[in-house]
Design a binder for this molecule. Structure first.
Ligand SMILES: [Zn+2]
Ligand SMILES: [Zn+2]
Length: 156
């Protein structure tokens, strides 16, 4: 039994979506049920057997080894990965909330304002939404600053 983290399930999900493939297409290819793949992607790695998981990893070129276990452990405690909605990278967009810390201006993306339905464009200004951290490519989470690379999502 491969011992997978939830983050790996999410990584496979994101890779599938980036490839533009539906759950049912991928399930048919690797030999599992769409419902099982759906539960797997939602964070339950026990829903698929090892053979299927390995096929998925090969297909999307994802390593099943965890490269930095310490870092990911910290992240899983502090960061809630929501993964679905994008944010608007336009600093003038009203979907980004301005606030100051020690005289420095920050912009905190409100992802449900910019992208209530998981679309491609900002509903407030029409900009193409970012679906990953633009600096390091990590999955998005709420807040102004990417916890993976430490950079602000929206450049001020
Ligand atoms: Zn916008
Ligand atoms: Zn980042």
């Amino acid at each position: 039994m491969i011992n997978l983290r939830k983050e790996k399930c999410l990584e496979i999900k994101l890779a599938r979506r980036e490839a533009g493939l539906s759950q049912s297409e991928v399930a048919a290819e690797v030999g599992c049920k769409q419902s099982a793949l759906s539960m797997f992607e939602a964070g339950d790695p026990t829903k698929l057997n090892d053979e299927v998981v390995e096929k998925l990893a090969r297909k999307f070129n994802i390593s099943l080894e965890d490269p930095s276990p310490v870092k990911t452990e910290n992240l899983s405690k502090e960061v809630v990965i929501t993964g679905e909605k994008g944010f608007c990278p336009n600093p003038d967009c009203p979907s980004n909330r301005r606030y100051q810390v020690g005289g420095q201006l920050f912009l905190e993306p409100d992802r449900s304002v910019a992208d209530p339905v998981g679309g491609k464009f900002c509903v407030k200004c029409g900009e193409v939404l970012e679906k990953r951290c633009p600096n390091c490519g990590a999955p998005l989470h709420d807040g102004a600053v990417c916890s993976f690379c430490g950079k602000s999502y929206v450049a001020v």
